[in-house]
Design a protein around this ligand. Sequence first.
Ligand SMILES: [Zn+2]
Length: 190
Amino acid sequence: MGKKKGAVFLDRDGTIIEEVNYLRHPAEIRLLPGAARALRIMQERYPLVIVTNQAGVARGYFDEQRLEEIHRHLEGLLNMEEGRLAGIYYCPHHPEAVCTSYRQECQCRKPKPGMLQAAARDLAIDLSKSYTVGDKLSDIGAGKNAGTKTILVRTGYGKEHEKQIAGSPFCPDYIADNLLAAANWILQHG
Ligand SMILES: [Zn+2]
């Protein structure tokens, strides 16, 4: 039991890459400054797993094949800077989806913990030794609901969501200026 290790769960948009409203093409991907370096320093100790809500699929803005292309391109960009991911999990659902096959109250859309729990099963991860990093309180909620420690980053929507912490049930364990600062905190506290 005690042999499982923790992971770091990372939000995608606004945390690793620049926030783009419904990013729908690989060419729109821009790594945030220091993001690849943050991955390099964390990956020695933790598997790194992206967990991302992608309601653009449910809304019919792009399909899952396009989303796979976007994720292959993102992995390529990270690999060029020697950043490695252990997995990418996405939620394509939305309760008001135009595509009926994606219209559901699923268990994977953050702040629900389904994606983190699926990754924990697939990769033999101990969630109690894990961290979740994101720019939205829904990321913090997913991390809390899965039993991980949580870090809000001030990139993307982070500064706006930081102001909403007081009225939210989801309080992060730490607030970092960016992913690199979050990585440094994780390595000091892990
Ligand atoms: Zn879902």
